[in-house]
Design a protein around this ligand. Structure first.
Ligand code: NAP
Length: 250
């Protein structure tokens, strides 16, 4: 995959899937813009990647921070071709009846409003350039309720709807909106799920999870015309045929 000359903004790039995606897109020749709250981590990763990487500290809950980060990215690299809405949280895992309303709401602000903020900021720019790709990291939890995860399942389901809505409004303008359901991935999020001890995902063994490089590879593939049949929908890395098409084993 050659992404030379393309600029990719990745939210939640300080570790896990977002970090792996930043490295994979940079390896494919793209300019990469890393967003996360942990400025030190994204700064370090950007320095390791090189001159084609820019780190911008940003909390996706904040519209003004996302807008400013997208403007800085576009100014530095002359536009944005791909947005990867990846930032997300699983905490606080809690039964609905015992959940803390403020914490529940905060998770929604990150997992759903963060996606909206990213889309809202890049779409006008992409329209001006004649198109772009908006890839949103979804979850099997967008389609299945899991106990203790009401905030996560509901916010991921709503984020999936944002992909569908964006496709409906902007496909004709050349904006490619697709979701990725990665399966379970060996990241900090799975450590938090394990530590909660709640539900079937917490019972999985670490060896059951795929490495973050797999969804990173999938996100690269989603920028190709081969993925166009999924525009407005979601692809699942659990599907062996899809994995084969992306050149992933297992
Ligand atoms: P992770 O290692 O915990 O990484 C989450 C990332 O999101 C971090 O970079 C974190 O950075 C960032 N983030 C959290 N809150 C943020 C905020 N308010 N503003 C900006 N960035 C924020 O988890 P991961 O597994 O890589 O998760 C990435 C995505 O994959 C999430 O959307 C998750 O729901 C999805 N997913 C994961 C799995 C899995 O099994 N791991 C399965 C399905 C879907 P800072 O803390 O530095 O801000």
């Amino acid at each position: 995959m050659d992404m030379t000359g393309k600029t990719v903004v990745i939210t939640g790039a300080s570790r896990g899937i977002g970090e792996a995606a930043a490295r994979a897109f940079a390896e494919a020749g793209a300019n990469v813009v890393l967003l996360a709250r942990s400025g030190d981590a994204i700064g370090r990763i950007a320095r390791e990647i090189g001159d084609n990487a820019l780190a911008i500290t940003c909390d996706v809950k904040s519209w003004s921070q996302v807008k400013s980060a997208i403007e800085q990215a576009a100014w530095r690299f002359g536009g944005i071709d791909v947005l990867i809405n990846n930032a997300g949280v699983i905490e606080p895992i809690a039964m609905l009846r015992a959940s803390d309303p403020a914490a529940w709401s905060k998770a929604f602000d990150i997992n759903l409003k963060g996606v909206y903020h990213g889309m809202r900021a890049v779409v006008p720019m992409m329209r001006e350039k004649g198109g772009g790709s908006v890839l949103t990291v979804s979850s099997g939890a967008a389609h299945n309720a899991l106990e203790g995860w009401s905030h996560y399942c509901a916010s991921k389901a709503a984020a999936h709807m944002m992909t569908m809505a964006l496709h409906k409004e902007e496909a004709r303008a050349g904006i490619r909106a697709i979701g990725l359901s990665p399966g379970t991935v060996a990241t900090e999020m799975q450590r938090e799920i394990k530590a909660s001890g709640v539900g079937p995902v917490a019972a999985l063994d670490w060896s059951d999870h795929i490495p973050p490089e797999w969804p990173a590879q999938a996100l690269l593939w989603m920028c190709t015309a081969d993925a166009d049949e999924f525009l407005g929908g979601e692809i699942s890395l659990r599907d062996p045929d899809i994995r084969k098409r992306m050149g992933l084993g297992g």
